[in-house]
Ligand binder design. Sequence first.
Ligand code: HEM
Length: 523
Amino acid sequence: MDFLEPLSSLSPLLYVPLLAGSLCLLFNYLIYSRRVAEWRKSKIPFLEPSFLIGHKYFWSVGSNSAVVPIDRIYRENKDKDLVAFFIATMPVVLVRSPALIKQIFVKNFHEAFTTGFAASKNDKILQHVLTQSTDKSVWKTDRSALSPMFTKSRLSGERFAKIRNQIVRMWAHIEEARLQGEPIDTKQIAENFIQDGTASSFFGLEVNSYEEEGEFRRLNESIIRPGWGRLLSAFSLMQFQGVPALNPLKFITQNHIESLKSLIQKQMVQRSQAAGENKNDFIDFLIRLKEQDQNHKADSETDVTNEMIGLGFTLLLGGHGGLSVDTLASFTMHLLSLHPEYQERIRQEVEEVMKSHNTTDFTYEVVRDLHFLDQCLHETVRLFPSTIAITRICTEDFTVPGTDYTFKKGERIIIDPYSVHRDPEYFENPDKFDPDRFSPKNRDRKVIDAFIGFGKGPRKCPGFNIGFLMASTLIGSLVHKYEVRPRSHTKQMNAYDFHPQSFAIVHKDRILVDVIPREVAAY
Ligand code: HEM
């Protein structure tokens, strides 16, 4: 046949990629046309996509955070409870209304949904990372086993002392910068404080990131700053879950696994040798886990099981690549620098609470009782939630009760906290930083339902309490000792200021503030 003639002159070596490319195109086309037909049939409103390149708003991803196009779509579809579209080749359904979010994420979750960032079924380590686990019984056992780790009061005593130590380091760093006339980089301070605090209070590691990076920090850094290559891998994995050819693509790589494994092993050996030292942290938890497990299947050489590594990643990553508490703390510093009136309220609260506990120190009990500061943190999560999109996958064809919407098996549902939190229908004057929205008096059903910064339902964030405790220690002590002022050019930022190369909402540049010392009693 004439039209095949040009192919006959190609080297056979080119057939394979050509064939693979054509199959890929065909596969994509089938997904595309089938999904569009299904949406049409099941009355899910959708935005007309272009084959292979998806919705046009996402063409700017690369220069902007993905939250920008999602937010535009959210705002332009005010009249709808949900709207479907394609992100490049990936079909998604954005659920807009809090009532529908509640149905899918809370009421009907166990009937027909699982997490959207799913590990491969056969991955023996990643199935133990809570955020990625799709095996219900593994997830349930792990989540309940880890629950003591997420209890705020477990972070008191010696473990809290380790977090509190970060205050002194932070002040030393701030003083050094201040005396040289330098501004304070809130992102750097938050990362050092939170990551060093996590290393010492959970993993028993002494890390001082102001002086040297260390193994723990290097591991963290390599996960939280993924770069385009790993972001694309994660995107492909999300879209083609379960396709065995993609198994080698991993957001958490073999190097990460080896590195955490050796770190846990060293800590467990060291702890076991220091008999009698019970620190109540993650390492003690693992030692108990090992003792309790009669069928302990540890690798005989290293004695660290897949389960232990998975649970380790769960704590290391928190909900979102280890960034949630750092970003919360740096955005709170940014917002407070613009609102001296709230800094003053925090100061007064710190003084009053210290007095009521008869101390001038930043103790666990003092931090625990800083309720107005807790409102400020909630309000920061509202304006700058750490996650761009929280996702679920439909595990079987499912019609949402009381609606005409039928999701097909494999449908990806997303919710976008940033957009819901800035919707004037749920939060009056939504771009304004107003911590009193979260006062006990104002925290009504409407606010509770529309606040999705920690997710919703059975897979809701279990760690926000301890995250808030760490962030409160940082912010409370900083604002107590210093007046925090914005750099002259700083204004409240929005979605266009976020980093394009991140799954999380992080500012694309440094967030700088100036600090002026106040007279306070020595801690
Ligand atoms: C305080 C700031 C934090 C924020 C804003 C935050 C936010 C979130 C969000 C949005 C989710 C997804 C929930 C869903 O899918 O419905 C999540 C899940 C999760 N977070 Fe957090 N998080 C924070 C701190 C932490 C910390 C400090 C830890 C642990 C040390 C943690 C551990 C987890 C885990 C394990 C999950 C997965 C839960 C599951 O799938 O069962 N988070 N987080």
